[in-house]
Design a binder for this molecule. Structure first.
Ligand SMILES: NC(=O)c1ccc[n+]([C@@H]2O[C@H](COP(=O)([O-])OP(=O)(O)OC[C@H]3O[C@@H](n4cnc5c(N)ncnc54)[C@H](O)[C@@H]3O)[C@@H](O)[C@H]2O)c1
Ligand SMILES: O=c1ccn([C@@H]2O[C@H](COP(=O)(O)OP(=O)(O)O[C@H]3O[C@H](CO)[C@@H](O)[C@H](O)[C@H]3O)[C@@H](O)[C@H]2O)c(=O)[nH]1
Length: 430
């Protein structure tokens, strides 16, 4: 099939590359010239495992452009532009989606299918459908559930695909089945529903996951006050198959370009619908989450006292491992808060130094753990990269005089660090 993908960021670039790999002819369109230049040269503009391989060996079916007119050659058009939090508010800014649709309209042909993938407030598809239908095309809402760091495998083999279609639009269902034929052959569940339900499935899934994380972080707060251990608690409740152990890792909480802004946008939309109280709990989810960042800072202060003239090594800047994304990263925010309290902060990350430096030039950056911990008074592990989990405490003790380690992700072996002479502090652990 001939496909256009409008918006080639973390979602769109991966989607375009995977669709080409699946045998389709794809044009990826982005208004960011530098991004298009890199993608056209076969280089990934951000770190995502598996993406460089897909871009470096293009099957001749993948090209990139800054010109929306190039979408005219396609008959299926994915909308994958950003929907960030509005400046100064909590709602989603859907102006990029509107602009993408406006730009696309003159290039649509009768029978084309426009496929919305961006995460949008419920009701957006209904609003856009009339404009798209006036061009003789159809709109499907097909939310995306990929995780950064696993974006390629999640795109190829998602847990499910959801098509939100207008009533009776069997034609678009057939078109999307052809687009996703290779994934569907694997027996991946396919849910066909209306536009509003499809939009809601996405935001409900992220809200549920965020709630699960904040639930365990609330337990961490109770554990801290009572001398209990939240990791043992998570293991124990996680054995109940109805609960499950996944997404019960307590620590400095969730961040990234999706979950925090999505739960806020959902609340804003509920308020517009006169249903603010239905989602009031998401405000607690957000507050618990943000408190954990401060808790990590407070642990450093408990251990070191005033932070002026202190040096702190922060290991990890990305919001999660296997990503260079620092959007709303708890790790980067903790580094900045420590810096604001007067400490000299030296941070390192296997992939996110470049992205972090852009938003936080006040932090000092070092390549590698050894350089970061040199001269430090305390170490904070803020992203659970495998390289940090694998650190040998006795070796680290030779690199630094620091004897305090704050495990912001509960990812280290507490006993091993204590045995090497460190004061180990986890979140929610006695
Ligand atoms: N990142 C993820 O893991 C992920 C997963 C699922 C859903 N989503 C959702 O997908 C959407 C995109 O997220 P992202 O993380 O890829 O954002 P991003 O900021 O990385 O990428 C968005 C891209 O869209 C481009 N763009 C904006 N307006 C444009 C226009 N009119 N024409 C062409 N290009 C335009 C930007 O230049 C940018 O490259 C959001 O709604 C997000 O919530 C993201
Ligand atoms: O037990 C856990 C699990 C995750 N996290 C944190 O939660 C955040 C989000 O993690 P994850 O969900 O793995 O990453 P994302 O790439 O942001 O993916 C989420 O957001 C995407 C964009 O909407 C969705 O597509 C995905 O399904 C959804 O998992 C990260 O900061 C993690 O460190 C925890 O603190 N504890």
């Amino acid at each position: 099939m001939r496909i256009s993908v409008i918006g080639c960021g973390y979602l769109g670039a991966v989607h375009a590359a995977c669709m080409a790999d699946a045998g389709h002819e794809v044009v990826g369109i982005d208004r960011d010239e530098e991004k298009v230049r890199m993608l056209s040269a076969g280089r990934a503009p951000f770190f995502e495992p598996g993406l460089p391989e897909l871009l470096a060996h293009p099957p001749g079916r993948l090209r990139f452009s800054t010109d929306i007119a190039d979408a005219a050659s396609a008959s299926v058009h994915f909308i994958t532009v950003g929907t960030p939090q509005v400046a100064g508010g909590t709602a989603a800014d859907v102006s990029f989606v509107d602009a993408a649709v406006d730009g696309l309209l003159p290039h649509l042909s009768a029978g084309d299918v426009v496929v919305g993938k961006s995460t949008v407030p419920v009701g957006t598809a209904g609003r856009l459908a009339a404009r798209i239908e006036s061009a003789g095309a159809r709109l499907v809402w097909n939310p995306e559930f990929l995780r950064e760091g696993r974006a390629v495998s999640d795109t190829v083999a998602p847990d499910r695909v959801v098509y939100g279609v207008a009533e009776g639009d069997e034609t678009s269902v057939g078109v999307l089945d052809a687009v996703y034929a290779r994934s569907l052959e694997r027996g991946i569940p396919r849910i066909v529903t209306d536009h509003a339900t499809a939009e809601l499935v996405k935001i409900a899934a992220n809200s549920f996951l965020a709630t699960k994380i904040s639930f365990i972080n609330a337990m961490a707060e109770i554990a801290e006050a009572t001398g209990a251990d939240v990791t043992t608690l998570a293991d124990a409740i996680g054995h109940d198959a109805r609960i499950g152990r996944r997404f019960l890792n307590a620590g400095i909480g969730f961040g990234g370009g999706c979950m925090p802004k999505d739960i806020r946008a959902f609340q804003a939309r509920a308020a517009e619908l006169g249903l603010a109280s239905s989602l009031a709990f998401l405000d607690e989810v957000d507050q618990i989450n943000l408190r954990r960042r401060q808790r990590a800072v407070d642990l450093v202060r408990e251990e070191l006292g005033p932070l002026e003239r202190r040096r702190i090594a922060v290991l990890g800047l990305a919001f999660k491992p296997d990503s260079d994304d620092v959007r709303d990263s708890p790790a980067l925010e903790i580094a900045c808060r420590l810096r604001a309290l007067g400490a000299t902060v030296t941070a390192t990350d296997p992939e996110a130094i470049t992205t972090a430096r852009r938003s936080a030039p006040e932090i000092e950056y070092a390549v590698g753990v050894r350089a970061a911990v040199h001269g430090a008074d305390a170490i904070v592990v803020a992203t659970e990269w495998p390289q940090f989990r694998a650190l040998v405490p006795a070796e680290v003790a030779r690199w630094t005089a620091a004897r305090v380690i704050i495990d912001g992700r509960n990812c280290l072996d507490a006993e091993a660090w204590r045995a090497a002479g460190f004061r180990y502090r986890g979140l929610g652990r006695s």
